[in-house]
Each structure stands twice: as C-alpha cells, then as structure tokens.
Write a protein that binds this ligand. Structure first.
Ligand code: UGY
Ligand code: MN
Length: 260
C-alpha cells in the first residue's frame, strides 16, 4: 500500500493499523506498524523487535529480514541466555558450538545458555527469520543442549485429541529445557476446545492462513504476518477461517519450572 491515495491525497497508512497493545496482558502487532531497528551485530538486515520486557514478556522476539550477505557474525546469545532461531523463508547458514547448520524454510536451531550463534543469508534473495532469546532458569541436575532440525521431521500430534488441530513440538520433553517452541495449525473452522487461562507466556508469529483470536475476551481477526504477545493469564483461543490454508503459528511457551 502506498503512503498517499492518488485521488484524495489522504495518507492510507495512518488509517490501516490493526495493532492493539495492552501492556502486561496481550498485544497484536501487525505488519503495517512494524519499524526497522538498528541493532549492534545485525548487518545488512531489517530487524524488528517484537515482545520485550517493556511489554511484559520475560523473553524477546525479533522478526528479521536478511538481505544479500546479511546476518549476525558478532554472535546472538550469551552467558545465561538461551536462543532460538527459525527460518520463515529462504536459506540461512548458522554456526554454533563449532558446527554449521544449512537451514531452509522450517529449519531451526536452539542454543543453550553460553552457546553463541552466528548466521548469514545463504541466498541472493532476502531470507526471513524469527528469533527468540530469554534468560535461562537452571534446575539442579539437568541441562539443556543444542537442538537443530526442520519442521518437516517433527511429529504431528493431534492437539488435545482434536482431529483438525495439529501441534508440533520443537524441543525435547526434558527438564533441562525451561521453554519450548511449537507450531499449532487449525484446519479452517477448527478451534481450541476452550479459552485458555494459564501462567505461561506466548509470543506467536502467524505463518499461514487467517483466523479469529480471543484476546482477553475480545475476538480479533488475525492473519499471516501478524504477531501476538500473550502475557501470563491472558485469556486466549483461536479458530481458523476461510477455505484455503490452515491457520498456523509458531509460538514459544515457558515450561518445566515451578514458580518462585
Ligand atoms: O500450548 C498452548 O498453551 C497453546 N495452545 N496456546 C495458544 O495457542 N494460545
Ligand atoms: Mn496457551
């Protein structure tokens, strides 16, 4: 969409943003409102910062477009910080712990605290990635470890026994991990079985389709490219609409820990 309507001269973009921000509760961030941030270490990239502690999250999510030769060679992650990397589109070469990972669409890499990842776009066209970082919560006798793969290899689970809602878990069910990343997919017309209210937080990026989402008991239309933050106890549920692609999103969820 252009900035100006050719006939009226009105500014389209000032009328178009569907975003909603309720600090500490939930937020919907839509592509028309996202801005590019200059972040040290990210070269030749358009990086947008999504959820942060300023919004009420204990994690940080980013949406990054890597231009030709773009990436992060300075290193993402650090002492006490766990990171997760997911390829939305394109091809990216990542490195961590002395290993190289050729990641295509659906490819992912989890690095435990203290393991730094670097990455570079591996094609001349742009690639797009979803990034996550969070301060790791240790538990005695258990430790997380590096995990990489592609969503095409993940087990497809019927979410809470529902035939038309599919869940994929990226990380092992192991007490060493204090979070997991998932994809949830709803066939058109399929929905959660109830409106969830839970202590865990989510950052969700919509990968395909259209849906209607309940955020604190407001039903909101959402679609591919939108991002939703759901804070602790935020009421939440969704259903897929249309006759085409499944409504599906990648989302993080904290797990395996007691509450202080
Ligand atoms: O795992 C979950 O809590 C997930 N079903 N939440 C959600 O999709 N909003
Ligand atoms: Mn949930």
């Amino acid at each position: 969409m252009g900035y100006l309507n050719n006939v009226t001269g009105y500014r389209n973009d000032l009328l178009a943003n569907r975003a909603i921000v309720k600090h500490g509760n939930y937020a919907l961030l839509t592509p028309d409102g996202l801005v590019k941030n200059s972040i040290p270490g990210f070269e030749n990239c358009d990086a947008t910062i999504l959820s942060t502690p300023k919004l009420g999250a204990t994690f940080v999510d980013y949406l990054v477009t890597l231009h030709q030769g773009g990436g992060n060679q300075a290193g993402f992650g650090g002492e006490g910080i766990e990171t997760f990397f997911y390829v939305i589109s394109g091809k990216v070469t990542a490195q961590a712990d002395g290993k190289t990972f050729a990641l295509t669409e659906g490819g992912y890499l989890y690095c435990p605290p203290g393991v730094i990842m670097t990455f570079t776009n591996a094609q001349s066209a742009d690639s797009q990635i979803f990034l996550y970082k969070r301060r790791y919560i240790p538990v005695a006798g258990h430790a997380p470890y590096l995990v990489s793969g592609n969503t095409s290899q993940l087990e497809q689970i019927h979410y809470e026994g529902m035939e038309d809602v599919i869940l994929m878990d990226f990380l092992p069910k192991d007490l060493g991990f204090d979070m997991n990343m998932h994809i949830l997919s709803f066939a058109p017309g399929a929905s959660h079985g109830y409106i969830e209210t839970h202590v865990q937080e989510h950052g969700a990026y919509i990968l395909s389709g259209q849906g209607v989402y309940n955020l604190d008991n407001n039903w909101v239309p959402v679609q591919k490219g939108d991002y939703i933050f759901m804070g602790a106890y935020s009421l939440q549920a969704g259903y897929g609409v249309g006759r085409g692609e499944a409504f599906s999103y990648i989302y993080s969820k904290d797990c395996n820990r007691d509450v202080e």
